[in-house]
Ligand binder design. Structure first.
Ligand SMILES: [Zn+2]
Length: 306
C-alpha cells in the first residue's frame, strides 16, 4: 500500500492506472476527502464512469475531455449519495445521454434499527447527503452489468451509508468509501450503521481480491491486509469504549475525548459520530444501555451497571 503522503495525483487529469482503467481526481481536497474524489473511467470503447464526483464544472469538463471520439460514456455509476460522489451524475448524464445507475435515493438501504432511531428523533450528523439524488436505474445486490469492455458485479455494502455499493471487476473492486487506504471509513448514524459496516467488511473478506480502487486515495494492493486492519481497528475501538465505560457512564462526546487523544479538533464531531455508531452497535448486542432514547447527547452505560 502506498503511504498516504506519497499519493499526489494530478488534479483534473485522466491518469491510466491499469489496462482499461483511468482515474481523474476531482478538485475537492479536504480532511474528509483527502486529495479529492477519485472518478474512475472504466473501459476502452464503452466507458463506465464510476463516481462522477461533486458538483463542479471543471471536473465535468475534465471527464468529458477524457472521452475520445472513439469512446462513449454508456454508464454513470454512483457508489453512494454523499455530496463528494453523486451530484455530478445528473449534469454528466445530461451532457452524454448515459443513464445514472445506483442502489437508490439518499435513504435507500437504511437499516431497520436506523429507521427506528430516526422515528425516535435521532438526527443526522450533517455529512453532506445528496438528498435530491434519483438514479435512472436502481441496482440490486448481485446484479451484473456488462459492456463490450467490462463486466461489473454490484455488491451492496451498507455501513458508511445505507445505499453504498462496491463494484467488483474481475479480481478488482471499486470500494468507494467502504475501504480506503488513507483512513478508516466514517460511520455516522443514522446514515451509517456499524453493524452493517462490519458485516459488509466480512463479506468482502470472504472473496479473493487482487486490488481495491477506493473513492479517495491510492489503490490498495493488499486488500485482505487492509480489511483485516479495518476490522481489527473497529474491534480495538469497541474495546476502548467498553474499557472507558467500565469507569462510569458517559456520552459519545465524553468517550471521544477520552479515546481520541491526538486527532485535529476539526475532526472531533466526526469522531463523536463514530463513537455513537459503536454505542448503537453495542446497544444492539445488549452490551450497553441508555436511560433515555438514543441521541447524540444520550448517556450510555455498561448494561450490568445500569
Ligand atoms: Zn462517503
Amino acid at each position: 500500500m502506498v503511504p498516504p503522503d506519497d499519493f499526489n495525483p494530478p488534479i483534473g487529469a485522466a491518469e491510466q492506472i491499469a489496462p482499461g482503467l483511468r482515474r481523474i481526481v476531482a478538485p475537492n481536497p479536504s480532511p474528509m476527502t483527502y486529495r479529492g474524489t477519485n472518478t474512475y473511467l472504466l473501459g476502452t470503447t464503452e466507458i463506465a464512469v464510476i463516481d462522477p464526483g461533486p458538483s463542479d464544472q471543471t471536473h465535468l469538463a475534465a471527464i468529458l475531455a477524457a472521452v475520445t471520439p472513439a469512446q462513449k460514456i454508456t454508464h454513470i455509476l454512483v457508489s453512494h449519495t454523499h455530496l463528494d460522489h453523486s451530484p455530478l451524475a445528473a449534469p454528466l448524464s445530461a451532457a452524454t445521454g448515459a443513464p445514472v445507475l445506483a442502489f437508490g435515493t439518499a435513504t435507500a438501504g437504511r437499516s431497520a434499527i436506523m429507521r427506528d432511531l430516526v422515528r425516535q428523533g435521532l438526527t443526522s450528523g450533517g455529512e453532506g447527503i445528496d438528498t435530491g439524488f434519483v438514479p435512472h436505474i436502481t441496482l440490486a445486490d448481485g446484479e451484473r452489468l456488462r459492456s463490450a469492455d467490462w463486466t461489473l458485479e454490484v455488491l451492496h455494502t451498507p455501513g458508511h451509508l445505507g445505499n453504498h455499493i462496491c463494484l467488483a471487476w474481475e479480481d478488482a473492486c471499486f470500494t468507494a468509501d467502504h475501504v480506503m487506504g488513507w483512513a478508516s471509513s466514517l460511520v455516522s448514524p443514522p446514515d451509517g450503521d456499524l453493524t452493517d459496516f462490519m458485516a459488509a467488511c466480512r463479506r468482502l473478506q470472504a472473496r479473493r481480491w487482487g486490488v481495491f480502487y477506493p473513492g479517495h486515495g491510492a489503490p490498495i494492493d493488499s486488500p485482505h491486509t487492509r480489511l483485516d486492519w479495518l476490522i481489527a481497528h473497529r474491534l480495538k475501538r469497541e474495546s476502548a469504549i467498553l474499557e472507558t465505560l467500565s469507569k462510569g457512564p458517559g456520552t459519545a462526546a465524553d468517550l471521544t475525548s477520552c479515546i481520541y487523544l491526538d486527532i485535529p479538533k476539526g475532526l472531533l464531531p466526526a469522531a463523536t459520530r463514530n463513537v455513537l455508531a459503536h454505542l448503537i452497535d453495542l446497544h444492539g448486542k445488549s452490551m450497553v444501555q441508555t436511560t433515555a432514547g438514543i441521541e447524540i447527547d444520550a448517556v450510555f452505560g455498561l448494561r450490568e451497571h445500569c
